[in-house]
Ligand binder design. Structure first.
Ligand code: PLP
Length: 397
């Protein structure tokens, strides 16, 4: 089962090697970090000390190697620019393992500034540069990222958890396909790749032996039922229809962006090139992300609050709402429906006001929304998706 899933992954992404055991995205990233540490810290140390494996090291050498593991640097995208906690941030184990610095985005355009990143990499000299994101609505040029990594002697790792489906569906190709450019690529299998909850690592030959040590290095025993589901998802993603799906995800995302902006919303970076939109609800509607998220939920629309670059409301209340189009696209909604979705979201947010605390002070958490409007939007949202049932062929009686 495992080799079948791995073969599908290799064929689908054109990767030299695939490791399909990780139980989640976090685990896949941990496997990748330890693969790089193994290849670039442990192996040279063993060569230097002239022993074959770590159990043969003296206690003093072992202590030195353990210190060396903890002294490595990582450069990853900042959280408010769209990076992920697992890219070296303190609340995650990656931040406790690595000395991390973040690259952000250009304050004027909201886009990655590759020359600023290059300058930072030259100065910081990280062991690993992590590319990839959870909330960046544009393309990333992985050819340039690799060029920068090579220049400073770093390993380029790309976490494509969010956009793996767009890579699989050949919407992201050339400079925007991470697989030919990065030494190691990680992903979840449950986001745009549309498979079971899980993770996966792809890599070139230089890291494959280390990657295969994922279990028992950082992973518990394998989950064969999930690997079977990964094999199914990867086989589905190799079909022509998946390319059409991936393209429709992006068409829908653009339609949603246009619908929102036409109605007056401000989007981070002024639009989207991928599967996600990031609405700046603070400047568009005078709300925090938390208020907007709650008002939309009350109206039957599930979204996710998210920080925006240099967020004035911080990482908890936030100023953004992040919306992805893969799920609605799977149901069959198209660009016309996305415009209607934009209309529903805009109606909720224009009629919602920031609330107050019990003592009457302005609140970043409370909101005020007329229950009649919430009810009306909720009915319309329910009707809209009911027109696109998930499994029309299954009669639930
Ligand atoms: C870029 C990125 N990497 C890793 C993860 C973690 O995935 P998981 O929840 O499967 O551990 C996420 C999840 O949100 C993500 O967006």
């Amino acid at each position: 089962m495992e080799s079948l899933a791995a073969e599908h992954a290799k064929e689908l992404f054109g990767a030299r090697h695939a490791y399909v055991q990780p139980h989640s995205g976090i685990d896949a990233n941990l496997v990748a970090f330890w693969a790089v540490l193994g290849a670039r810290v442990e192996v040279p140390f063993l060569e230097k000390t002239g022993v074959r494996q770590i159990n043969d090291l003296t206690d003093a050498d072992w202590a030195e190697l353990r210190q060396a593991f903890g002294n490595q640097r990582m450069l990853g995208m900042s959280l408010d620019a769209g990076g992920h906690l697992t890219h070296g941030f303190r609340p995650n184990i990656s931040g406790k393992m690595f000395d991390q610095r973040s690259y952000g985005t250009d304050p004027a355009t909201g886009l990655i500034d590759y020359e600023a990143l290059r300058a930072q990499a030259r100065e910081f000299k990280p062991l690993i540069i992590v590319a990839g994101y959870s909330a960046y609505p544009r393309l990333v040029n992985f050819r340039i990222m690799r060029e920068i990594a090579d220049e400073v002697g770093a390993t380029l790792m790309v976490d494509m958890a969010h956009f793996a489906g767009l890579v699989a569906g050949k919407v992201l190709t050339g400079d925007f396909d991470p697989v030919p450019h990065a030494q190691i690529v990680t992903t979840t299998t449950h986001k745009s790749l549309r498979g079971p909850r899980g993770g996966m690592v792809l890599c070139d030959d230089s890291l494959k032996d280390q990657v295969d040590r994922g279990c028992p290095m950082v992973l518990g025993g394998p989950l064969p039922h999930v690997m079977a589901a990964k094999a199914v998802a990867l086989a589905e993603a190799r079909q022509e229809s998946f390319r059409d799906y991936a393209q429709r995800i992006v068409d829908n995302s653009r339609a949603l962006a246009e619908g929102l902006m036409r109605r007056g919303a401000t989007l981070v970076t002024g639009g989207t090139d991928n599967h996600l939109n990031l609405i700046d609800v603070a400047s568009s509607y005078g709300l925090t992300g938390r208020q907007a998220e709650a008002a939309l939920l009350e109206s039957g629309i599930v979204t996710n609050r998210n920080a925006i670059p240099a967020d004035p409301n911080g990482a908890w209340y936030t100023s953004g709402i992040r919306i992805g189009t893969p799920a609605l696209t799977t149901r069959g909604l198209g660009t016309a429906e996305m415009d209607e979705v934009a209309g529903l979201i805009d109606r909720v947010l224009t009629t919602t006001e920031a609330g107050t605390t019990k003592s009457g002070a302005p609140s970043k958490a409370q909101h005020v929304l007329d229950a009649k409007i919430a009810d009306e939007i909720s009915h319309r949202a329910t009707d809209l998706v009911a027109g696109f049932p998930l499994y029309p062929e299954i009669d639930l009686g």
